[in-house]
Design a protein around this ligand. Structure first.
Ligand code: NAP
Length: 281
């Protein structure tokens, strides 16, 4: 069996970390450590569980310890912005940061979910002028909606809680419809940015096969399971499909580039994540 050579930790080793709660099922340490090793970079990535009331102290500590890069996950993506020296324009618009660069002791915040989603779509199409339906109005839907708007797509948001859809649509500058109006929509792309279909809820899909026949491309950002019910139905409906694994890997690759200035081996990161998720391809 082929094994990955893990470089040694020594006095020059630099550190990157994920902070969130929970973090123990994160794919990020495996993906980033493999990519650092592949490029021969003396950097290691660890996952740190941080309670909500410990965020300020954690950020101070990480700054003092000169951790070079951070990923931020639930529940800290919004609140962490108060502790940064500078926040990228789009992360500010989205209102959430998932990546921090510690540059000469100054913390700069970014949101790479946006790039992860757009790059996943752009492997299959040009999003400019495309009509895109987003299911969901939570944190991930926010990043995707702003990303699509920035790339001049025509976005429609559908969410279970209509009030949240309207609020997000107003901020982004796009339209909304109700989930039960999905039957009447024909568009280029449909994106599931809700948690429906994820592990422990795998028999659910917000769209039927008949409804999916009205879309060219269907992307599900849920990555566990690797193939959700929505993706299965979309394949049966003849759509081009994009799984959540792609966005997961591409947002990680964008963070890697921010920290190191280098492009990681994306195929390797995907292989590592796929293995952790129990996939074979
Ligand atoms: N692939 C990736 O890189 C990536 C990145 C980020 C997130 N994700 C995945 O994306 C999903 C959403 O994450 P998030 O951070 O946006 O979560 P979030 O902020 O909690 O938002 C959850 C969204 O799902 C909707 N929802 C939940 N249960 C529903 C149901 N039974 N029926 C209809 N709508 C329902 C919510 O609607 P209401 O507003 O009505 O509650 C809300 O719009 C998660 O599964 C997460 O793992 C993947």
């Amino acid at each position: 069996m082929q094994t990955t050579k893990i470089s040694k930790i020594n006095a020059q080793t630099k550190l990157c970390a994920l902070i969130g709660n929970p973090v123990k099922h994160s794919m990020s340490p495996a993906m980033h450590n493999a990519a650092f090793d592949k490029l021969g970079l003396n950097i290691k990535y660890i996952a740190l569980q941080v309670e909500e009331n410990q965020l300020k102290q954690a950020i101070k500590g990480l700054k003092a310890l000169n951790i070079i890069g951070l990923n931020i996950t639930i529940p800290h993506k919004q609140k962490v912005m108060h502790h940064l020296d500078k926040v990228d324009l789009f992360a500010k618009k989205i209102g959430a940061v998932n990546t921090i660069l510690n540059k000469n002791g100054k913390l700069h915040g970014f949101n790479t979910d946006l790039q992860g989603a757009i790059m996943s779509l752009e492997e299959h199409t040009v999003v400019k002028n495309k009509k895109v339906v987003i299911l969901g109005a939570g944190g991930a839907a926010r990043s995707i909606a702003f990303g699509l708007k920035q790339n001049k797509a025509k976005v429609i948001i559908l969410n279970r809680t209509v009030k949240k859809a309207k609020k997000l649509a107003k901020q982004v500058g796009c339209s909304t419809m109700k989930l039960d109006q999905l039957d009447s929509i024909k568009a280029d792309i449909l994106i599931n940015a809700t948690s429906v279909g994820m592990h422990s809820n795998t028999d659910k899909s917000l769209a039927t096969k008949e409804q999916l026949k009205n879309f060219e491309i269907v992307m599900d950002i849920v990555y566990n399971p690797l193939e959700t019910k929505l993706i299965r139905l979309a394949k049966q409906a003849g759509c081009t499909t994009i799984t959540g694994l792609k966005m997961l890997v591409l947002q990680a690759a964008a963070s890697f580039e921010i920290w190191t200035g280098k492009k990681p081996d994306i195929k390797l990161m995907q292989k590592v994540a796929l293995k952790k998720l129990g996939g074979t391809k």
